[in-house]
Design a protein. Structure first.
Length: 159
């Protein structure tokens, strides 16, 4: 079942890259007591994700945070090493890069995608959501191949 507006974000653990290597970060650490713009991409370093989706949030980070957002988080079913390197390559210092390496969080919210035709296995659908103190207040899931409703500009409009 896909997560819906009004639902609490399920408990899960992401990996984040730190100066000391990969570290755990719980959904409580990401969402509790905060307003979070959270977006997911099918894969780090893939064309749409690298040319459009993440760069939009890098450019719009100040405007998004000016709307009362505490955290902008990008998640992908990739490992922490890949997410850390991708964030560095994209100058995404203002974006929390979350690795859902085994897809546990993605499965828990019901937004998996079969990308095996591309040799990528199970990944996350492209989506954006706004989460306030652990509760989803806005959810926008993209149609295949599109970056519209979950773009930085679209998320900025609903804030």
């Amino acid at each position: 079942m896909t997560i819906q507006v009004g639902d609490k974000v399920p408990a899960a653990t992401f990996k984040v890259m730190t100066a000391d290597g990969p570290s755990d970060m719980s959904t409580d650490e990401v969402f509790t007591g905060k307003k979070v713009v959270f977006f997911a991409v099918p894969g780090a370093f893939t064309p749409g994700c690298s040319m459009t989706h993440l760069p939009g949030f890098v450019v719009q980070a100040d405007a998004i945070k000016a709307k009362g957002v505490d955290t902008i988080a990008c998640m992908s079913v990739n490992d922490a090493f890949v997410m850390g390197s991708w964030g560095q390559a994209q100058n995404a210092e203002e974006i929390l890069m979350l690795a859902d390496g085994n897809g546990d969080f993605t499965a828990a919210i019901g937004l998996e995608m079969d990308a095996s035709g591309f040799g990528m296995g199970t990944r996350s659908q492209r989506f954006g959501m706004i989460v306030e103190d652990g509760t989803v207040t806005h959810l926008a899931v993209e149609a295949p191949g599109e970056i519209k409703v979950s773009s930085a500009e679209a998320m900025l409009e609903v804030l």
